[in-house]
Design a protein around this ligand. Structure first.
Ligand SMILES: [Zn+2]
Length: 512
């Protein structure tokens, strides 16, 4: 009789996941989630945020001292919360106490110039380029003329040569990048490895797209890449006047009569300065081992890096993403306290403040490529990025939070999050940005995406952008601590349910 009943319940549960999760959090043995939620206090959230978002932390720029200070601060918090360091990291991963260190390549733009007789053509003046793949000076004696690019496919056998082509005519400078990418793709077939693209609107292009490519960029190293690395097609936009100087007696307009694929004699040098630095950064690890389901894992993330200092001004990043960082620090403490009292989570919980987010979700990307715990056993990722403010769409409205991605990979995850909210914080859950047609594409723009792309169901908690987004004015005095507190609690309650329910949540959606 007992068995049949169990079986019947099993069938019901399989058919109706929402029934399973209609159990209240209180049915988890020991003291309730509500009890441990009390550890996440507004006062302590504020205390931590006032430290991390202070000027002393210099905007927590990836790889810089401010980010390292923040990492140490979070580590101290984990230690004082009684969370032990991770021991016995699996093969192929590196864990140093509370850190997962990783290496980045910083590419500084503007390293390529062209010298010709006495003149030097420079980046953002006569030249514009979006990648810097050549690393050595290159003396150029001839060019392969490729016309306007339309019959580029007819040209072959120009291996290791420099091509010359006219800019593809796009009205919108923003569409130029796409057009250039296509041009580069078709030029590959010719064999050229450098493509000079002449344009008669350099000033306009520098003004419209220059700021996207100036400064520095960071990326993860490609497997086995040497620092000098590089490779691939180097495309350089050259202003029409400068190109005519390089061409000498036969300026561009006279070349148009030439056959595509013919040779043009020139004499100049493309110079390449060292343009890459190695940068070390780290994800911080707060691991609370589970009990009877400890091999399964819930990962809770927020990025603790921000964009540093510019022109002497500190970008404090109180909301972005100091708010998420302090929220997950307190969630870690609450789980650690529960564990101390014998009410620890059944599944393991990894609270992981990540770095490198502002440079392109790099810390979470590194983790997803070098997971410390197998991704197959990773049940869900809850990610917080900016939960301390109110956006213009919610001025004067009831307390809310945007929920992004909850139903993309797991219908159960969506239901659990709603139930956690129903039984605790009762926030208005706004799904506006969960729309697949969301022009902001927020689903792809924070760290949860690196889990989602690997098939791990994920939720991104967010309170929207505001006028201080990525400005030096994103400071602690503008944080709404009551809202930050409520939103942190929702994440805690959702994590508590995910970690303690009998059945692991289903994955019934497709990876995008
Ligand atoms: Zn940001």
């Amino acid at each position: 009789m007992e068995r049949v009943r169990e079986h019947l319940i099993g069938v019901l549960v399989a058919l109706l996941p929402s029934i399973l999760f209609s159990q209240s959090p209180a049915t988890v043995p020991g003291r309730s989630a509500e009890h441990y939620a009390g550890i996440v206090t507004e006062v302590e959230l504020r205390q931590h945020l006032e430290v991390l978002a202070s000027d002393a932390y210099q905007g927590r720029d990836t790889g810089k001292e401010g980010q390292k200070m923040a990492a140490r601060y979070i580590r101290e918090h984990f230690i004082s919360s009684g969370i032990p360091p991770i021991e016995n990291a699996p093969k192929g991963t590196v864990v140093e106490g509370y850190y997962q260190p990783f290496e980045l390549i910083e590419e500084i733009s503007g390293s390529i110039s062209i010298t010709h007789k006495e003149t030097e053509l420079l980046f953002l003046k006569e030249l514009l380029y979006f990648n810097e793949s050549i690393k050595e000076d290159r003396s150029v004696k001839e060019l392969v003329y490729l016309g306007d690019g339309s019959s580029i496919g007819d040209v072959q056998g120009a291996v290791g040569k420099v091509g010359l082509v006219k800019e593809p005519g796009t009205k919108d400078p923003m569409a130029l990048m796409g057009a250039l990418r296509k041009l580069g793709e078709s030029a590959k077939g010719t064999g050229v490895d450098v493509l000079l693209v002449t344009t008669d609107r350099m000033e306009e292009l520098v003004e419209k797209v220059g700021h996207y490519v100036s400064g520095s960029r960071m990326r993860l190293p490609v497997k086995g890449e040497a620092m000098e690395g590089g490779g691939g097609m180097q495309m350089i936009l050259v202003s029409q006047d400068a190109m005519d100087d390089l061409l000498g007696k036969k300026p561009m307009r006279k070349l148009t009569r030439k056959k595509v694929g013919s040779t043009v004699m020139v004499d100049f040098v493309i110079r390449a300065k060292a343009s890459a630095n190695k940068v070390l950064s780290e994800n911080v690890l707060g691991f609370i081992e589970g009990s009877d389901k400890k091999d399964e894992l819930i990962v809770i993330t927020a990025h603790y890096d921000h964009i540093g200092v510019e022109n002497g001004e500190v970008y404090n990043g109180a909301d972005d993403d100091g708010s998420g960082t302090v929220a997950i620090m307190m969630i870690a403490k609450a789980f650690a306290e529960a564990k101390k009292a014998g009410d620890g989570p059944r599944r393991s919980v990894l609270v992981m403040p990540v770095s490198g987010e502002e440079k392109g979700l790099l810390g979470s990307r590194y983790y997803s490529e070098h997971p410390i715990f197998p991704l197959e056993n990773t049940v869900a990722n809850l990610n917080i990025d900016m939960i301390g403010r109110t956006d213009s769409a919610h001025n004067g409205a009831n307390p809310y939070v945007y929920i992004i991605g909850s139903d993309r990979l797991s219908s159960d995850l969506h239901v659990i999050n709603e139930q956690a909210n129903e039984s605790s914080t009762k926030l208005v859950l706004d799904y506006t940005f969960n729309d697949r047609k969301d022009p902001n594409r927020f689903y792809y723009r924070s760290d949860h995406y690196n889990f989602a792309r690997k098939g791990v169901p994920a939720i991104f908690y967010f309170s929207g952008v505001h006028e201080d987004y990525h400005q030096p004015s994103d400071t602690v005095d503008k944080i709404q601590y009551d809202l930050l507190h409520q939103r942190a609690l929702l994440v805690f309650h959702t994590a508590w349910l995910l970690a303690n329910t009998e059945e692991r949540i289903v994955v019934d959606g497709d990876v995008e």
